[in-house]
Structure formats: structure tokens, C-alpha cells
Design a protein around this ligand. Structure first.
Ligand SMILES: O=C1O[C@H](COP(=O)(O)O)[C@@H](O)[C@H](O)[C@H]1O
Length: 265
């Protein structure tokens, strides 16, 4: 595994980890996540973890195996989604179903601490409902608040990136990337099916204490190169380039094909 500092804003740290295989990446991601779980459980009595859908879930496989299955204090975990498709929770497009089948069904997190969207609501209603849920959990002290930004500060966000540079359900050129007030918003014209989704906004994503950006495969090399190259190659930032922590640690978990366009990788 190769490591390198990646460009970051003052007050934040950024690291680039490049693995020889998805297995090696999963082993490292499990250790990283388990260590943060122990840190926040000790500091706060809770560990707030935000999941993505897509390829991210496979990367969590080693957390469902020894030693972590036994060593992690799963009772302290509170699980959220950075975005979710507005479909029934048992639908094949559901990020909840993907996470349940691949991860949540294999670890003993208390079901009442897994916060899925209300799939009986419209996209707008589900976004409002999820934002209200987050605000209640801030009041209850489960979710921290960022004093720097005034937005909720999740302990760890486990994020993925699409081949177009989208993260969560924030897509290139879509007005939602500029949302600065809401914690959770909705999209009805997603360029990637299904069309209706809810998503965290960038103020929430960028208030996280830790972000693991898990990106593998040659198909994602273009946005990775744009995000990690020193100079801005265009005025139109991709969503991946807008993920900038205000005060936290941003770690890329990648593989060699995904960084194949970087100089001095
Ligand atoms: O549609 C989505 O896409 C992104 C990226 O998925 P990936 O399979 O290319 O890693 C995912 O992070 C997001 O949660 C999902 O809704």
C-alpha cells in the first residue's frame, strides 16, 4: 500500500491510500473504522456513521468478520445514509437494502439505532422527515454539532464517488450542489436512475469529523485526477472537488487503477 498527503484546507488533514487489491483496501478500512468507533465511543458514548450506497458496502466486508465482529462495541453505533433512493426499503434500488443485506444484517447494531428514511413519503416529505430526525438526534446529544459551521458533525462518513464525480446524490452541474441552508434535500431528476432521491447537502458532508472516500476502478480515474491535481483544470468543480472538510480528516481509500492518471502516484 502506498500513502501520500493530498491537498487539504487549513485545519484539516487529507491522506491518499492506494491499495494493491480490494481485499487489502477492505482490511485497512475495517481497522480504520474500528479505531474510530473505539475513539468516539470512549469520547462521546456514541459513534455516528454515515453510509453510502453502491460499491462502498462491499468495502465494509472485513468489519463483519473476526476480530472486529467481536471487538467492536456495536451498541454505540448509530447508522445514517448520506443519500437514499425514494423507493421501498425492500426495493433492489434501496441503499438501505444494499447495506442491510451486505453489512447491517451481519453485525449486532441495535435496530433502533439504524435510521432509514420513511419510504412511505414523497421525496420532499422524506427529506423533511430525515432532516427532522437528525435535528432531534442533535437535541438528544447523539449527533454532535460543528461549532465551526453550525451544521451536524457526524463522526465518520463512509462515502463513494460515481464515475462522473458525483457523491451522495449530488451530481455535476445540478443546482443542489449549491444548497447552503438545508441539511437534507431531495432530487427528482437524478441523471442516474432512480430519479427520486434524498441527499445530505455539502454543508453537512463538509462538517464531518472524518470522511473515508472509497473509490476504486479505472472508470473513476478522471474525477480522481481532477480532484487530486494541484491546479483547477476548469471553473466547473465536480461534486467530488466540493467535498472539503472544514475541520477534520479526509482519507482516500483507492486502488491503482483509480489513481492511474495521477502524476507521481
Ligand atoms: O447512486 C449512487 O452512487 C454513488 C456512487 O456509487 P458507486 O457504486 O459508483 O460507488 C453512491 O455513493 C451513492 O450512495 C448512490 O446513491
Amino acid at each position: 500500500m502506498a500513502t501520500a498527503p493530498a491537498a487539504s484546507d487549513a485545519g484539516s488533514k487529507s491522506k491518499l491510500l492506494v491499495f494493491d487489491s480490494k481485499e487489502d483496501l477492505a482490511v485497512s478500512l475495517a481497522k480504520y473504522t474500528a479505531e474510530l468507533s473505539e475513539k468516539f465511543a470512549a469520547e462521546r458514548g456514541a459513534f455516528t456513521v454515515v453510509l453510502s450506497g453502491g460499491s462502498l458496502i462491499d468495502a465494509l466486508s472485513k468489519l463483519t468478520e473476526p476480530p472486529y465482529l467481536e471487538s467492536v462495541d456495536w451498541s454505540k453505533w448509530h447508522v445514517f445514509w448520506v443519500d437514499e433512493r425514494v423507493v421501498p426499503k425492500d426495493h433492489e434500488d434501496s441503499n438501505y437494502k444494499l447495506a442491510f443485506d451486505g453489512f447491517l444484517s451481519k453485525v449486532p447494531i441495535p435496530p433502533g439505532q439504524v435510521y432509514a428514511i420513511n419510504d412511505a413519503l414523497s421525496a420532499e416529505g422524506a427529506a423533511d422527515d430525515y432532516e427532522a430526525c437528525l435535528k432531534q438526534l442533535v437535541k438528544n446529544g447523539v449527533i454532535a454539532m460543528s461549532t465551526a459551521t453550525g451544521f451536524p458533525r457526524f463522526d465518520l462518513q463512509l462515502l463513494g464517488m460515481g464515475p462522473d464525480g458525483h457523491i451522495a446524490s449530488l451530481f455535476p452541474g445540478h443546482p443542489l450542489v449549491n444548497e447552503k441552508e438545508r441539511w437534507v434535500t431531495y432530487i427528482k431528476d437524478s441523471p442516474k436512475p432512480p430519479p427520486e432521491r434524498i441527499t445530505f447537502t455539502f454543508p453537512v458532508i463538509n462538517s464531518s469529523a472524518y470522511i473515508a472516500m472509497v473509490v476504486t476502478g479505472a472508470g473513476k480515474a478522471g474525477p480522481v485526477q481532477k480532484a487530486l491535481s494541484d491546479k483547477q483544470t476548469s471553473s466547473d468543480l465536480l461534486p467530488i472537488e466540493m467535498a472539503v472538510l472544514q475541520d477534520g480528516e479526509f482519507t482516500w481509500f483507492t486502488d491503482k487503477p483509480a489513481v492511474s492518471l495521477l502524476q507521481n502516484k
